[in-house]
Design a protein around this ligand. Structure first.
Ligand code: XLS
Ligand code: NI
Ligand code: NI
Length: 437
Protein backbone atom coordinates (compact mmCIF):
# COMPACT_ATOMS: atom_id res chain seq x y z
CA UNK A 1 0.00 0.00 0.00
CA UNK A 2 1.35 3.39 -1.01
CA UNK A 3 2.04 6.02 1.65
CA UNK A 4 0.68 8.69 -0.67
CA UNK A 5 3.79 10.81 -0.11
CA UNK A 6 4.64 10.81 -3.81
CA UNK A 7 1.01 10.91 -4.90
CA UNK A 8 0.53 11.35 -8.63
CA UNK A 9 4.12 10.44 -9.55
CA UNK A 10 4.61 7.33 -11.67
CA UNK A 11 7.79 5.27 -12.09
CA UNK A 12 10.18 7.29 -14.26
CA UNK A 13 10.85 5.99 -17.76
CA UNK A 14 13.57 6.75 -20.28
CA UNK A 15 12.05 9.00 -22.95
CA UNK A 16 15.14 10.30 -24.73
CA UNK A 17 16.76 13.71 -25.03
CA UNK A 18 13.81 15.43 -26.71
CA UNK A 19 11.40 14.64 -23.90
CA UNK A 20 9.85 17.64 -22.14
CA UNK A 21 8.58 15.49 -19.27
CA UNK A 22 10.37 16.47 -16.05
CA UNK A 23 9.44 13.09 -14.60
CA UNK A 24 11.31 11.11 -17.26
CA UNK A 25 14.94 10.31 -17.97
CA UNK A 26 16.41 12.07 -20.99
CA UNK A 27 19.81 10.33 -20.94
CA UNK A 28 19.72 7.49 -18.42
CA UNK A 29 18.55 4.35 -20.11
CA UNK A 30 19.46 1.47 -17.79
CA UNK A 31 19.53 -0.95 -20.73
CA UNK A 32 21.76 1.10 -23.01
CA UNK A 33 24.82 -0.96 -23.91
CA UNK A 34 28.01 0.97 -23.20
CA UNK A 35 31.36 -0.72 -23.85
CA UNK A 36 29.66 -4.11 -23.68
CA UNK A 37 27.82 -3.54 -20.40
CA UNK A 38 24.40 -2.12 -19.49
CA UNK A 39 24.42 1.48 -18.25
CA UNK A 40 22.80 0.37 -15.01
CA UNK A 41 25.66 -2.05 -14.35
CA UNK A 42 28.29 0.60 -15.03
CA UNK A 43 26.71 3.25 -12.87
CA UNK A 44 25.26 1.17 -10.02
CA UNK A 45 23.23 4.08 -8.64
CA UNK A 46 22.40 4.32 -4.97
CA UNK A 47 20.29 6.76 -2.97
CA UNK A 48 21.68 8.00 0.36
CA UNK A 49 19.08 7.61 3.10
CA UNK A 50 20.49 10.43 5.23
CA UNK A 51 20.12 13.39 2.90
CA UNK A 52 16.69 12.58 1.50
CA UNK A 53 14.95 11.08 4.50
CA UNK A 54 16.84 11.80 7.73
CA UNK A 55 18.04 15.40 7.27
CA UNK A 56 15.25 17.77 8.25
CA UNK A 57 16.57 20.85 6.47
CA UNK A 58 18.71 22.36 9.25
CA UNK A 59 21.64 24.56 8.46
CA UNK A 60 24.05 26.17 10.93
CA UNK A 61 21.66 29.10 11.37
CA UNK A 62 18.26 27.60 10.84
CA UNK A 63 16.04 24.78 11.99
CA UNK A 64 14.14 22.14 10.08
CA UNK A 65 12.35 23.23 6.91
CA UNK A 66 11.05 19.95 5.51
CA UNK A 67 8.48 18.85 8.13
CA UNK A 68 7.97 15.38 6.68
CA UNK A 69 5.23 13.20 8.20
CA UNK A 70 7.95 10.98 9.80
CA UNK A 71 9.52 13.91 11.67
CA UNK A 72 10.53 14.00 14.51
CA UNK A 73 12.34 10.73 14.00
CA UNK A 74 12.15 9.41 17.53
CA UNK A 75 10.09 6.24 17.40
CA UNK A 76 9.91 2.99 15.50
CA UNK A 77 6.54 3.75 13.92
CA UNK A 78 7.96 6.81 12.21
CA UNK A 79 11.16 4.91 11.28
CA UNK A 80 8.96 2.41 9.42
CA UNK A 81 6.97 5.15 7.70
CA UNK A 82 10.29 6.67 6.60
CA UNK A 83 11.38 3.28 5.21
CA UNK A 84 8.07 2.93 3.36
CA UNK A 85 8.54 6.32 1.69
CA UNK A 86 12.22 5.67 0.99
CA UNK A 87 11.51 2.43 -0.85
CA UNK A 88 8.71 4.10 -2.79
CA UNK A 89 11.23 6.65 -4.00
CA UNK A 90 13.87 4.01 -4.85
CA UNK A 91 11.25 2.24 -6.97
CA UNK A 92 10.01 5.40 -8.70
CA UNK A 93 13.60 6.19 -9.65
CA UNK A 94 14.49 2.63 -10.54
CA UNK A 95 17.76 2.76 -8.59
CA UNK A 96 19.29 -0.63 -7.86
CA UNK A 97 20.83 0.32 -4.47
CA UNK A 98 20.62 2.49 -1.38
CA UNK A 99 22.95 3.33 1.54
CA UNK A 100 22.36 4.07 5.22
CA UNK A 101 23.86 5.12 8.54
CA UNK A 102 22.42 3.37 11.59
CA UNK A 103 21.15 6.71 12.90
CA UNK A 104 19.25 7.41 9.65
CA UNK A 105 17.13 4.31 9.85
CA UNK A 106 16.52 3.71 13.57
CA UNK A 107 15.60 6.11 16.36
CA UNK A 108 18.49 7.00 18.71
CA UNK A 109 17.92 5.25 22.03
CA UNK A 110 20.81 6.64 24.06
CA UNK A 111 22.23 3.23 24.96
CA UNK A 112 23.98 0.52 23.02
CA UNK A 113 21.70 -2.46 23.61
CA UNK A 114 18.58 -0.56 22.56
CA UNK A 115 20.33 0.96 19.55
CA UNK A 116 21.23 -2.55 18.40
CA UNK A 117 17.76 -3.99 18.90
CA UNK A 118 16.07 -1.12 17.06
CA UNK A 119 18.64 -1.41 14.25
CA UNK A 120 17.87 -5.12 14.03
CA UNK A 121 14.15 -4.50 13.93
CA UNK A 122 14.24 -1.79 11.26
CA UNK A 123 16.75 -3.60 9.07
CA UNK A 124 14.57 -6.73 9.16
CA UNK A 125 11.68 -4.53 8.10
CA UNK A 126 13.76 -3.05 5.28
CA UNK A 127 14.84 -6.52 4.15
CA UNK A 128 11.22 -7.39 3.47
CA UNK A 129 11.11 -4.38 1.16
CA UNK A 130 14.43 -5.28 -0.45
CA UNK A 131 13.08 -8.69 -1.23
CA UNK A 132 9.84 -7.51 -2.83
CA UNK A 133 11.53 -4.69 -4.80
CA UNK A 134 14.83 -6.35 -5.73
CA UNK A 135 16.67 -3.28 -4.44
CA UNK A 136 20.04 -4.02 -2.83
CA UNK A 137 22.23 -2.39 -0.21
CA UNK A 138 25.32 -0.74 -1.68
CA UNK A 139 26.72 0.03 1.74
CA UNK A 140 25.98 0.55 5.37
CA UNK A 141 27.87 2.73 7.81
CA UNK A 142 27.80 3.98 11.39
CA UNK A 143 26.95 7.57 12.20
CA UNK A 144 29.65 8.36 14.74
CA UNK A 145 29.44 12.13 14.49
CA UNK A 146 25.91 13.40 15.31
CA UNK A 147 25.27 12.33 18.88
CA UNK A 148 27.09 14.40 21.52
CA UNK A 149 28.97 11.30 22.71
CA UNK A 150 31.08 11.56 19.53
CA UNK A 151 32.04 15.22 19.92
CA UNK A 152 35.75 14.45 20.45
CA UNK A 153 35.92 11.61 17.96
CA UNK A 154 35.02 7.94 17.76
CA UNK A 155 38.09 5.68 17.37
CA UNK A 156 40.31 8.74 17.96
CA UNK A 157 38.52 9.85 21.10
CA UNK A 158 40.80 10.48 24.09
CA UNK A 159 38.35 8.40 26.18
CA UNK A 160 38.62 4.60 25.75
CA UNK A 161 34.93 4.29 26.70
CA UNK A 162 34.04 6.09 23.48
CA UNK A 163 36.51 3.96 21.50
CA UNK A 164 34.69 0.93 22.93
CA UNK A 165 31.26 2.37 22.12
CA UNK A 166 32.47 3.07 18.58
CA UNK A 167 33.84 -0.47 18.16
CA UNK A 168 30.59 -1.96 19.41
CA UNK A 169 28.57 0.35 17.15
CA UNK A 170 30.60 -0.55 14.07
CA UNK A 171 30.22 -4.23 14.90
CA UNK A 172 26.44 -3.85 14.98
CA UNK A 173 26.43 -1.92 11.69
CA UNK A 174 28.68 -4.49 10.01
CA UNK A 175 26.37 -7.26 11.26
CA UNK A 176 23.35 -5.46 9.80
CA UNK A 177 25.15 -4.73 6.51
CA UNK A 178 26.19 -8.37 6.25
CA UNK A 179 22.67 -9.57 7.03
CA UNK A 180 21.27 -7.32 4.27
CA UNK A 181 23.75 -8.59 1.67
CA UNK A 182 25.52 -5.21 1.54
CA UNK A 183 28.21 -4.90 -1.12
CA UNK A 184 30.47 -2.62 0.93
CA UNK A 185 30.94 -1.25 4.41
CA UNK A 186 32.07 2.40 4.66
CA UNK A 187 33.83 4.35 7.39
CA UNK A 188 33.73 8.10 7.20
CA UNK A 189 35.46 9.76 10.12
CA UNK A 190 33.63 13.05 10.50
CA UNK A 191 34.97 13.54 14.02
CA UNK A 192 38.21 11.61 13.50
CA UNK A 193 40.41 14.66 13.56
CA UNK A 194 40.77 17.62 15.83
CA UNK A 195 39.58 21.10 16.64
CA UNK A 196 42.91 22.18 18.14
CA UNK A 197 46.34 20.55 18.44
CA UNK A 198 46.58 22.15 21.90
CA UNK A 199 44.53 19.27 23.31
CA UNK A 200 45.35 16.56 20.77
CA UNK A 201 48.03 13.87 20.65
CA UNK A 202 47.91 13.36 16.90
CA UNK A 203 50.29 10.38 16.78
CA UNK A 204 48.40 8.52 19.48
CA UNK A 205 45.05 9.14 17.83
CA UNK A 206 46.31 7.88 14.47
CA UNK A 207 47.60 4.70 16.14
CA UNK A 208 44.20 4.18 17.73
CA UNK A 209 42.46 4.69 14.40
CA UNK A 210 44.88 2.23 12.78
CA UNK A 211 44.12 -0.41 15.40
CA UNK A 212 40.40 0.24 15.06
CA UNK A 213 40.42 -0.24 11.30
CA UNK A 214 42.45 -3.42 11.70
CA UNK A 215 39.76 -4.74 14.04
CA UNK A 216 37.12 -3.88 11.43
CA UNK A 217 39.00 -5.93 8.85
CA UNK A 218 39.51 -8.82 11.29
CA UNK A 219 35.80 -8.80 12.07
CA UNK A 220 34.90 -8.77 8.38
CA UNK A 221 36.84 -12.01 7.93
CA UNK A 222 35.49 -13.50 11.12
CA UNK A 223 31.87 -13.14 9.99
CA UNK A 224 32.62 -13.96 6.36
CA UNK A 225 31.49 -10.59 5.01
CA UNK A 226 32.48 -10.59 1.36
CA UNK A 227 31.97 -6.87 0.69
CA UNK A 228 34.70 -4.26 0.46
CA UNK A 229 35.73 -2.16 3.45
CA UNK A 230 36.02 1.46 2.36
CA UNK A 231 37.23 4.66 3.99
CA UNK A 232 35.98 8.01 2.75
CA UNK A 233 38.49 10.86 2.53
CA UNK A 234 37.43 14.38 3.50
CA UNK A 235 39.72 17.19 4.65
CA UNK A 236 37.63 18.89 7.32
CA UNK A 237 34.10 19.81 8.38
CA UNK A 238 32.71 19.17 10.89
CA UNK A 239 36.22 18.86 12.35
CA UNK A 240 38.82 21.55 11.72
CA UNK A 241 41.12 18.83 10.44
CA UNK A 242 40.15 15.30 9.48
CA UNK A 243 42.82 12.59 9.50
CA UNK A 244 41.44 11.01 6.32
CA UNK A 245 42.26 14.26 4.51
CA UNK A 246 42.33 13.09 0.90
CA UNK A 247 43.06 9.96 -1.14
CA UNK A 248 46.83 10.31 -0.86
CA UNK A 249 46.68 10.78 2.93
CA UNK A 250 44.41 7.75 3.29
CA UNK A 251 46.74 5.65 1.16
CA UNK A 252 49.67 6.57 3.42
CA UNK A 253 47.58 5.70 6.47
CA UNK A 254 46.49 2.34 5.05
CA UNK A 255 50.09 1.44 4.23
CA UNK A 256 51.37 2.48 7.64
CA UNK A 257 48.85 0.23 9.38
CA UNK A 258 49.18 -2.69 6.93
CA UNK A 259 45.70 -2.30 5.44
CA UNK A 260 46.44 -1.52 1.79
CA UNK A 261 45.27 -4.94 0.63
CA UNK A 262 42.11 -4.88 2.74
CA UNK A 263 40.64 -1.41 2.55
CA UNK A 264 39.81 0.75 -0.46
CA UNK A 265 38.52 4.28 -0.91
CA UNK A 266 35.06 5.76 -1.30
CA UNK A 267 35.68 9.07 -3.07
CA UNK A 268 33.34 12.04 -3.05
CA UNK A 269 33.29 14.95 -5.49
CA UNK A 270 32.59 17.56 -2.81
CA UNK A 271 35.34 16.28 -0.55
CA UNK A 272 37.82 16.42 -3.42
CA UNK A 273 36.92 20.09 -3.95
CA UNK A 274 37.22 20.87 -0.23
CA UNK A 275 40.69 19.28 -0.28
CA UNK A 276 41.72 21.54 -3.15
CA UNK A 277 41.62 18.75 -5.73
CA UNK A 278 39.45 17.81 -8.68
CA UNK A 279 37.28 14.69 -8.49
CA UNK A 280 39.30 13.04 -11.24
CA UNK A 281 42.50 13.73 -9.31
CA UNK A 282 41.18 11.75 -6.35
CA UNK A 283 39.95 8.93 -8.60
CA UNK A 284 43.23 8.77 -10.54
CA UNK A 285 45.23 8.81 -7.28
CA UNK A 286 43.25 5.89 -5.86
CA UNK A 287 43.27 4.02 -9.16
CA UNK A 288 47.06 4.34 -9.48
CA UNK A 289 47.30 2.32 -6.24
CA UNK A 290 44.52 -0.12 -7.14
CA UNK A 291 42.45 1.34 -4.30
CA UNK A 292 39.41 2.76 -6.08
CA UNK A 293 36.40 1.33 -4.26
CA UNK A 294 33.27 3.39 -4.87
CA UNK A 295 32.11 6.97 -5.36
CA UNK A 296 29.88 9.42 -3.55
CA UNK A 297 28.52 11.50 -6.39
CA UNK A 298 27.57 15.09 -5.70
CA UNK A 299 28.94 18.54 -6.38
CA UNK A 300 30.33 21.13 -4.08
CA UNK A 301 29.66 24.80 -4.36
CA UNK A 302 32.90 26.38 -5.57
CA UNK A 303 32.60 29.48 -3.41
CA UNK A 304 31.03 28.58 -0.08
CA UNK A 305 33.72 26.43 1.56
CA UNK A 306 31.04 24.17 3.05
CA UNK A 307 30.33 20.57 2.15
CA UNK A 308 27.22 21.51 0.18
CA UNK A 309 26.37 18.02 -1.17
CA UNK A 310 24.43 19.27 -4.18
CA UNK A 311 23.25 17.06 -7.00
CA UNK A 312 25.80 16.93 -9.84
CA UNK A 313 25.05 19.14 -12.85
CA UNK A 314 28.33 19.54 -14.69
CA UNK A 315 28.72 17.03 -17.52
CA UNK A 316 32.36 17.79 -18.44
CA UNK A 317 33.42 17.24 -14.82
CA UNK A 318 31.41 14.06 -14.41
CA UNK A 319 32.68 12.77 -17.77
CA UNK A 320 36.31 13.05 -16.65
CA UNK A 321 35.47 11.29 -13.40
CA UNK A 322 33.90 8.35 -15.24
CA UNK A 323 36.73 8.38 -17.77
CA UNK A 324 39.18 7.62 -14.98
CA UNK A 325 36.79 5.09 -13.48
CA UNK A 326 36.47 3.27 -16.82
CA UNK A 327 40.23 3.32 -17.25
CA UNK A 328 40.55 1.76 -13.80
CA UNK A 329 38.26 -1.08 -14.88
CA UNK A 330 34.95 0.32 -13.61
CA UNK A 331 33.33 0.51 -10.21
CA UNK A 332 33.42 -3.22 -9.47
CA UNK A 333 31.29 -3.86 -6.40
CA UNK A 334 31.28 -0.14 -5.65
CA UNK A 335 28.73 2.20 -7.14
CA UNK A 336 27.54 5.75 -7.69
CA UNK A 337 25.97 6.81 -4.42
CA UNK A 338 24.16 10.14 -4.54
CA UNK A 339 25.56 11.67 -1.39
CA UNK A 340 23.46 14.67 -2.40
CA UNK A 341 20.65 16.61 -0.86
CA UNK A 342 18.04 19.12 -1.86
CA UNK A 343 18.49 22.78 -1.04
CA UNK A 344 16.53 23.43 2.14
CA UNK A 345 14.01 25.57 0.24
CA UNK A 346 13.11 22.66 -2.07
CA UNK A 347 10.22 21.45 0.02
CA UNK A 348 8.09 19.38 -2.31
CA UNK A 349 8.20 15.59 -2.64
CA UNK A 350 8.64 16.03 -6.40
CA UNK A 351 11.89 17.93 -5.72
CA UNK A 352 13.35 14.71 -4.26
CA UNK A 353 12.48 12.82 -7.41
CA UNK A 354 13.65 15.41 -9.94
CA UNK A 355 16.85 16.08 -7.94
CA UNK A 356 17.85 12.45 -8.23
CA UNK A 357 16.57 12.01 -11.79
CA UNK A 358 18.61 15.02 -12.94
CA UNK A 359 21.69 13.63 -11.21
CA UNK A 360 21.17 10.26 -12.86
CA UNK A 361 20.86 11.91 -16.28
CA UNK A 362 24.04 13.92 -15.71
CA UNK A 363 25.90 10.75 -14.72
CA UNK A 364 24.57 8.91 -17.76
CA UNK A 365 25.75 11.72 -20.04
CA UNK A 366 29.12 11.74 -18.31
CA UNK A 367 29.44 7.98 -18.70
CA UNK A 368 28.46 8.12 -22.38
CA UNK A 369 31.07 10.80 -23.04
CA UNK A 370 33.69 8.90 -21.05
CA UNK A 371 32.97 5.69 -22.93
CA UNK A 372 33.19 7.52 -26.27
CA UNK A 373 36.62 8.85 -25.27
CA UNK A 374 37.75 5.39 -24.23
CA UNK A 375 36.44 4.01 -27.50
CA UNK A 376 38.13 6.68 -29.59
CA UNK A 377 41.39 6.20 -27.71
CA UNK A 378 42.66 9.74 -28.32
CA UNK A 379 43.70 10.44 -24.74
CA UNK A 380 45.24 7.00 -24.36
CA UNK A 381 47.25 7.47 -27.54
CA UNK A 382 48.45 10.86 -26.38
CA UNK A 383 49.72 9.26 -23.17
CA UNK A 384 51.53 6.44 -24.91
CA UNK A 385 53.13 8.93 -27.32
CA UNK A 386 54.18 11.21 -24.51
CA UNK A 387 56.00 8.49 -22.59
CA UNK A 388 57.22 6.42 -25.56
CA UNK A 389 60.91 7.25 -25.03
CA UNK A 390 60.79 5.35 -21.76
CA UNK A 391 60.79 2.16 -23.82
CA UNK A 392 64.42 2.85 -24.77
CA UNK A 393 67.01 0.60 -23.22
CA UNK A 394 68.92 3.38 -21.46
CA UNK A 395 65.67 4.80 -20.03
CA UNK A 396 64.73 1.40 -18.63
CA UNK A 397 68.18 1.04 -17.06
CA UNK A 398 67.56 4.23 -15.08
CA UNK A 399 64.47 2.62 -13.61
CA UNK A 400 65.47 -1.00 -13.07
CA UNK A 401 68.49 -0.24 -10.91
CA UNK A 402 71.17 -0.96 -13.56
CA UNK A 403 72.26 2.69 -13.56
CA UNK A 404 73.08 4.87 -10.59
CA UNK A 405 73.56 8.62 -10.66
CA UNK A 406 77.19 8.39 -11.85
CA UNK A 407 76.30 5.96 -14.64
CA UNK A 408 73.63 8.35 -15.80
CA UNK A 409 76.01 11.30 -15.62
CA UNK A 410 78.50 9.35 -17.73
CA UNK A 411 75.79 8.55 -20.26
CA UNK A 412 74.69 12.19 -20.50
CA UNK A 413 78.31 13.31 -21.01
CA UNK A 414 79.17 10.59 -23.53
CA UNK A 415 76.10 11.19 -25.70
CA UNK A 416 76.32 14.98 -25.28
CA UNK A 417 72.62 14.87 -24.39
CA UNK A 418 70.83 18.16 -25.17
CA UNK A 419 67.16 17.58 -24.34
CA UNK A 420 64.60 19.37 -26.50
CA UNK A 421 61.26 20.10 -24.81
CA UNK A 422 58.11 19.02 -26.64
CA UNK A 423 54.62 20.51 -26.45
CA UNK A 424 52.29 19.27 -23.71
CA UNK A 425 49.37 20.06 -26.08
CA UNK A 426 47.00 20.93 -23.24
CA UNK A 427 44.68 23.15 -25.27
CA UNK A 428 44.49 20.57 -28.06
CA UNK A 429 43.56 17.94 -25.49
CA UNK A 430 40.96 20.18 -23.90
CA UNK A 431 39.47 20.74 -27.34
CA UNK A 432 39.54 17.00 -27.89
CA UNK A 433 37.58 16.34 -24.68
CA UNK A 434 35.11 19.03 -25.69
CA UNK A 435 34.16 17.00 -28.75
CA UNK A 436 32.72 14.33 -26.47
CA UNK A 437 30.95 16.32 -23.75
C1 XLS B 1 29.89 13.50 4.88
C2 XLS B 1 30.07 12.19 4.26
C3 XLS B 1 29.04 11.17 4.66
C4 XLS B 1 29.53 9.81 4.33
C5 XLS B 1 28.88 8.73 5.08
O1 XLS B 1 30.46 14.49 4.48
O2 XLS B 1 30.10 12.36 2.87
O3 XLS B 1 27.83 11.47 4.05
O4 XLS B 1 29.40 9.55 2.97
O5 XLS B 1 29.13 8.84 6.45
NI1 NI C 1 30.00 10.83 1.46
NI1 NI D 1 30.21 14.57 2.23
Amino acid sequence: MSTGFFDGIEKLQFEGRDSQNELAFKHYNPDEMILGKRAEEHLRFAVAYWHSFAWEGHDPFGGPTFQRPWHPQDDMGRAKMKADVAFEMFELLGVPYFCWHDADVRPEQGNYADNVSTLDEITDYMMGKMESSGIGLLWGTANMFSDRRWMSGASTNPDPDIFAFAAATVKSCMDATHKMGGQNYVLWGGREGYETLLNTDLGKELDHMGRFLNMVVEYKHKIGFKGQILVEPKPQEPSKHQYDYDAATCIGFLRKYGLENEVKLNLEQGHAILAGHSFEHEIATAAAEGLLGSIDMNRNDYQSGWDTDQFPNNVPEVALAYYHILKAGGLGSGGTNFDAKLRRQSLDPIDLITGHAGGMDICARGLQAAAAMVDDGGLEKQLSDRYVKWDNEYAQKMLDGSYDLSDIAAYVRKTDLRPEPVSGRQERLENYVNRFV
